[in-house]
Design a protein. Structure first.
Lengths: 303, 207
């Protein structure tokens, strides 16, 4: 009688090899990408690129408000809703094996989805800028390529990262559903006041996470004349990224396990970095307002 | 039940069901935003669209029924409970119209369109939430508010396709007639949605 040996071959358990936060991050990224508000905003944003299919269409140097508003601003509530929804699931499941910090990390990773769309928008716009020079009477024509890239990256891509991260932070700090809405409205009011239209506020405007660096702000004799505002957009990008990191760490530190002395030191270092880069953005770079010598375009006003 | 008793019952329910705190906060914020817009209309105009979104969102929010599990099985039909919740929408609309009348000299010369925008937004938000209530969702207004407010703010700021669909116009050269058509169609749809919600409730047994 032959003895039959049964060999059980098991497939490698990938879930044990992959960190929990990474598995969760993948799920949260997919969920974020499926949110109707995000899909609508991303669709409207990418639709703004459609005119570039026409080879003769010059780059719209004021178009960076589209990803910032339609993806970044909407991202505040989308992210907050996602965090609250996952918290409800965690509460319903009782004692879950995944701690709050891991879930927060996954939500922060999901913010890369809107950031990716914003980055795509900036990349396409910048590619068009390189192949087809912008209008000579605009603001981009007055500045270097790296200046334009820094401004567009900050306005079009970093805003799509910062909004959703702020949403995660809000959801971690409060469960009041009206807070993301009021924050959105408040941020818009702040951005409008500090967008650069009011001359006395032009120098300090860069502390706001979204502001203009150039556009048809006009002069006394020509209300549509393009000008370039003061400051350094390169330092501003660093300031915004530092703000994102501060908000992310604040969200993570809502979990007690993340309140170690090392994290506190990192948090303090990020805060100091944000303050220094903000001051550098104010006081370095373009020292005075630059006015385009060419008259403005009557139809160029975009806000 | 005599009409007087019925009205008293409706008023009592309405007083308890209306989210007065949220309503008062929204009214104050709306007036504040409109006064800022009136002070610097050309610069602050996106806040006008943001206020419209706020009205639509809070109006939808006021249709939420936290005790849906209880009220859904009571003899009170949806039309009765909806009627009891209308003060929120009416109050927000009244605040919108009154503030516009007070600052009309500093706004674009299309007062009718501006009033129409806020009124329709409030009614549309309320109708959408009422429709979702018939699906058994107890608090659809919150979700609608969390979508509609930021969406309105974003559209007011970015003004996508404003040449073809001027949802929140400001300049004289913009197509104000088309804006009137857009908001009138939205009003018609809101009325249809509200009617459909009532009919659905009747079809499902409430009378």
């Amino acid at each position: 009688m032959n003895a039959t040996t049964l060999t059980i071959v098991t497939a490698p358990d990938r879930s044990s090899a992959t960190p929990a936060w990474l598995l969760l991050a993948r799920m949260e990224m997919i969920r974020y990408a499926r949110r109707p508000a995000f899909v609508l905003g991303a669709g409207l944003t990418l639709a703004a690129l459609v005119p570039y299919l026409d080879a003769g269409e010059p780059v719209d140097e004021l178009s960076m408000i589209a990803p910032a508003a339609l993806i970044g601003l909407i991202g505040i509530t989308v992210s907050a809703q996602r965090v609250w929804a996952s918290d409800r699931c965690a509460d319903a499941a009782g004692s879950t094996p995944v701690p709050m910090a891991t879930r927060t990390l996954a939500h922060l990773a999901a913010c890369l989805v809107p950031f990716g769309v914003g980055l795509l928008f900036v990349a396409v716009s910048y590619a068009r800028y390189l192949t087809d020079p912008p209008p000579a009477n605009g603001y981009a024509a007055l500045m270097s390529d790296s200046w334009v890239l820094a401004v567009w990256f900050a306005l079009g891509a970093v805003s799509c990262l910062g909004g959703p991260i702020l949403g995660v932070l809000i959801a971690r700090m409060t469960d009041r559903r009206a807070v993301p809405i009021l924050t959105t409205v408040g941020l818009v009011a702040l951005a409008i006041v500090f967008q650069g239209l009011f001359e006395p506020l032009r120098r300090i405007r860069v502390f706001v996470p979204w502001t203009y660096w150039g556009g048809p702000f006009g002069i006394d004799s020509d209300p549509q004349r393009s000008i370039v505002l003061t400051g350094s957009p390169h330092c501003w990008v660093l300031y915004l990224l530092a703000l994102c990191a501060v908000a992310a760490l604040m969200a993570l530190r809502q979990d007690r396990t993340w309140r170690s002395p090392r994290n506190r030191a990192a948090f303090a270092a990020l805060l100091v970095t944000a303050v220094i880069t903000c001051l550098l953005a104010m006081w370095t770079g373009t020292p005075d307002t630059i006015i385009n010598p060419l008259p403005g375009d009557e139809t160029s006003w975009g806000g | 039940m005599s009409p007087a008793v019925a009205v008293r019952a409706l008023a009592h329910y309405s007083r308890a069901a209306t989210p007065w705190g949220l309503l008062a906060t929204t009214a104050v914020v709306a007036v504040g935003l409109l006064l800022i817009v009136a002070r610097w209309p050309a610069v602050m105009w996106p806040l006008h669209g943001a206020t419209i979104g706020l009205l639509a969102g809070v109006s939808a929010w006021s249709a939420d029924e936290r005790c849906a599990a209880v009220v859904d099985i009571t003899p009170r039909p949806l039309w009765w409970r909806t009627l009891a919740r209308t003060p929120a929408t009416l109050l927000l609309t009244a605040v919108w119209i009154a503030t516009h009348l007070a600052v009309r000299d500093r706004l674009p010369e299309h007062l009718g369109v501006l009033v129409l925008q806020g009124t329709v937004a409030a009614v549309a938000g309320f109708s959408a939430a009422t429709w979702k209530r018939t699906s058994g969702n107890p608090e659809p207004g919150q979700r609608i508010a969390l979508f509609i407010c930021p969406a309105a703010v974003a559209i007011a700021l970015a003004k996508p396709w404003s040449t073809h669909a001027p949802v929140f116009p400001i300049w004289p050269h913009e197509d104000w007639h088309r804006t009137t058509v857009i908001w009138s169609v939205t009003a018609g749809l809101a009325v249809l949605v509200m009617t459909a919600a009532m009919q659905r409730d009747v079809a499902e047994g409430h009378r």
